[in-house]
Design a protein around this ligand. Structure first.
Ligand code: NAD
Length: 315
């Protein structure tokens, strides 16, 4: 049986079949939470849930597109029915690779709506149904908030504490913009604003809302893309752009999510936390100039962008 900081809590992880969501589901389960994985990939979600159960954790899978209201409502009902309560919602699902390509000139109204529905509306819908369920669940039985020591801080009854946690998965692309991917960049920036808005709205209810902005995380899909399109020299170029000199893994995000969902993080809300090895703190014009020698010494390097993914030649 898993034992950790999230014992007794129940979590929903959207897009938890694979990639970053898979890492999050694994970590929350390892910390003691019961996890409902909601994903359009039925087989992948069931495989992930089974692997968590094999390790002694509690997990279940539900198939569904979280950009629809029916699924947002159904996943909350399912989590509560199956595990008895709801404490944590991690909104991570995304998968319209290719659809979001282009500036305003190339983007169609249809791709705008599809992209925004999944990138942004899903987060609003998830919260709309999860927050009432978190409030109805209250604190886990074993939670002891300790004495209320609000004197000088706040008067009256103590506010509800430890009722719930929402973590939205944003991106460094919500902090800094890349060319010609308007829908994704705009959607992730909107997730950051939505996170701050919900933090203000739900803080008084005892629910913290934070976002995580991952850098380049080598998921199963990206590993495949690198293997098909990139080469070692190209991957090293990617690493050299990170102050910690490596790219990320789903575990890095799982660790950050578990912390934000723990009681230690009770006073953290409305934060967009970059988990990016320092990628987004650098002055980018220097990076290119500093990497010039490496690029000249490795003229055959190939990155995953060389497969047509991304923005292409900027000259
Ligand atoms: N991988 C990275 O480098 C990176 C960097 C920054 C941010 N992110 C963000 O992290 C999140 C996960 O990305 P990833 O790289 O792990 O992606 P991924 O493609 O590896 O996994 C995404 C999962 O979401 C599921 N999914 C897709 N559409 C869905 C829908 N409508 N409803 C339910 N499930 C759906 C997929 O089936 C898949 O299991 C995304 O929000 C992405 O924008 C990823």
């Amino acid at each position: 049986m898993a034992d950790g900081r999230l014992n007794g809590k129940v979590a929903i992880v959207t897009g938890g079949a694979t990639g970053i969501g898979g890492g999050i589901a694994d970590k929350l389960a390892a910390e003691g939470a019961s996890v409902l994985i909601v994903d359009i990939d039925d087989a992948g979600a069931n495989t992930r849930a089974a692997s968590i159960r094999d390790k002694g954790g509690l997990a279940s899978a539900m198939v569904g597109d979280v950009s629809t209201e029916d699924v947002a409502k159904a996943m909350v009902d399912r989590g509560v029915d199956e595990f008895g309560r709801l404490d944590i919602l991690v909104q991570n699902a995304y998968g319209v690779i290719g659809l979001q390509d282009g500036s305003a000139l190339e983007t169609t109204v249809d791709s705008w709506h599809k992209g925004m529905n999944l990138l942004v509306m899903a987060h609003f819908l998830g919260a709309k149904y999860a927050v009432p369920a978190m409030r109805a669940s209250g604190s886990p039985d074993e939670y002891d908030p300790g004495p209320w020591t609000g004197k000088g801080i706040r008067h009256g009854d103590p506010p509800p504490r430890e009722i719930g946690r929402i973590v939205n998965i944003s991106s460094v692309h919500g902090l800094l913009q890349a060319a010609n991917t308007m829908v994704y960049e705009t959607g992730k920036a909107a997730v950051n604003g939505l996170t701050r808005q919900m933090a203000i709205d739900f803080g008084p209810l005892g629910i913290t809302v934070n976002a995580i902005a991952p850098g380049h995380m080598v998921t199963e899909n990206l590993e495949k893309l690198w293997a098909e399109v990139g080469n070692e020299e190209g991957f090293h170029l990617e690493e050299l752009q990170y102050p910690v000199r490596r790219t990320g893994t789903p575990d890095d995000i799982g660790n950050a999510v578990a912390f934000l969902c723990s009681e230690e993080a009770a006073f953290i809300t409305g934060v967009v936390l970059p988990v990016d090895g320092g990628l987004s703190i650098q002055l980018q014009e220097n990076i290119v100039l500093e990497l010039k020698n490496y690029i000249q010494e490795n003229p055959n390097l190939k990155t995953f962008f060389d497969g047509g993914f991304g923005t292409g030649d900027r000259r």
